[in-house]
Write a protein that binds this ligand. Structure first.
Ligand code: ZN
Length: 222
């Protein structure tokens, strides 16, 4: 499957899809993407958390950030991410609303330096999903429900075999989605609704201690 296949109509779109765009998502196209390498097998979902400013939910800042439209002077925290050009494929808000920024056949810029299942540069062959949240904070039931529904839809479009957090593919560098994300709950939902066994998920879901010397929050997920 290549982008051309998906978009030219030579390959039938699964229900709900138009090429690499999920029809029921709110589309908010980002300029921050590029082509995947030839032959990339899109089999990994990478989960992140983000909120801008960190811990403030419901505003337009994440969409502005991924669209290169954020007013860097609007909040002191934005100095730390000033000028960054990043994106994910999807964003799931606290109420479960789904936003799509990048065609899934294209390469979004969410993982940075990373390695998983023996392959580096996870942006090449993964789908990036941002959950509106904060490292250490819990997530809402509608977010888990929407995530499961999205992964079912993605599995009809791409040969998914792995799910991991940014903290797993970039250990020591990234901490999201964080200790408040309930991997056991996600695995239960995925087993019940998708038939995905434990082999899809990281063996250790929170590999680092979250003690008092925990590194500072990194709200932006490059
Ligand atoms: Zn991240």
């Amino acid at each position: 499957m290549t982008p051309a296949d998906g978009l030219s109509g030579h390959t039938a779109d699964p229900p709900g899809w138009q090429g690499g765009w999920l029809r029921e998502a709110r589309h908010c196209p980002s300029p921050n993407f590029g082509p995947r390498p030839a032959g990339a097998v899109i089999d990994l979902v990478v989960l992140h958390s983000i909120s801008l400013p960190p811990g403030r939910y419901g505003g337009p800042e994440v969409e502005q950030f991924f669209g290169n439209r954020l007013d860097w002077d609007a909040h002191p925290y934005f100095d730390q991410i000033r000028g960054m050009e990043v994106s994910s494929h999807f964003f799931i808000r606290r109420d479960g609303e789904l936003v799509q920024f990048v065609d899934t056949f294209e390469r979004a810029w969410h993982a940075g330096r990373s390695c998983w299942r023996g392959r580096e540069n996870c942006n090449d062959d993964s789908i990036g999903i941002e959950l509106e949240g904060l490292e250490g904070d819990s997530f809402e039931a509608p977010q888990y429900q929407r995530l499961i529904r999205l992964m079912r839809q993605l599995a009809q479009r791409h040969p998914l075999r792995h799910v991991a957090g940014h903290e797993h593919i970039a250990p020591g560098r990234k901490l999201d989605p964080g200790t408040g994300f309930d991997w056991a709950h996600l695995q239960q939902l995925a087993a019940a609704d998708l038939g995905w066994d434990r082999g899809y998920f990281p063996e250790v879901t929170h590999p680092r201690a979250n003690g008092p010397d925990h590194p500072p929050q990194d709200g932006a997920s490059a």
